[in-house]
Design a protein. Structure first.
Length: 195
């Protein structure tokens, strides 16, 4: 993983980590409670895809505590990033982060994935902890531009999910992610329309 951080980005990531740790106990953003583990398992893991999620407007579906959307927004301040989550408490946390850091390139939407209808389609749909690749595609395909891409962050490569892809969707590329201090496998699956 090779990502260069400037001083502002470092400060914003540390502020985000501090907010995440503070709000975590009340809002259950993550089962991980130790800030050092949050840094490794959440922030650094999210940063591992910074250079792999294409260009153009991006939506993070099921954003939860803002992963990977907030780290991506910090690293790509000129890129419009929408964070979508149906949980009101998590959406309030995301609003707090976006206003505190501040992140003017971030929009937060508190709706269910299948209900949200964007005014413009997105170049990319990313998710880190969505149920399955198939559910991600079925729930969010209506948001994706014709030439857009899905980016599914996964641990072990889910062969069963990939063999059950909806008609008209194909795996374009699989990136094995290198995440420091991560024992398990990490992958970014890039998918697109095949028709």
């Amino acid at each position: 993983m090779s990502v260069a951080l400037n001083e502002k980005q470092q400060d914003q990531l540390l502020q985000y980590l501090e907010l995440f740790a503070r709000w975590n106990s009340a809002y259950n953003l993550s089962a991980i409670r130790d800030p050092a583990q949050m840094l490794e398992r959440h922030i650094i893991d999210s940063l591992s895809v910074v250079n792999l999620c294409g260009e153009g407007a991006l939506i993070d579906v099921g954003s939860g505590g803002g992963l990977p959307g907030i780290p991506l927004a910090i690293m790509c301040p000129d890129r419009a990033i929408t964070l979508l989550d149906s949980n009101g408490k998590k959406a309030r946390f995301l609003f707090q982060v976006a206003s505190t850091l501040p992140l003017p390139n971030v929009q937060i939407v508190n709706e269910r994935v299948e209900s949200f209808v964007p005014t413009q389609p997105f170049a990319g749909v990313v998710s880190r902890a969505f149920a399955s690749v198939v559910d991600m595609i079925n729930g969010s395909e209506h948001m994706l531009a014709a030439d857009g891409h899905f980016y599914a962050m996964k641990g072990k490569l889910p062969e069963d999910e990939l063999s059950a892809l909806p008609k008209g969707i194909k795996v374009e590329q699989v990136h094995r992610l290198s995440v420091p201090n991560c024992d398990g496998e990490r992958h970014l699956i890039q998918l697109c329309r095949s028709e």
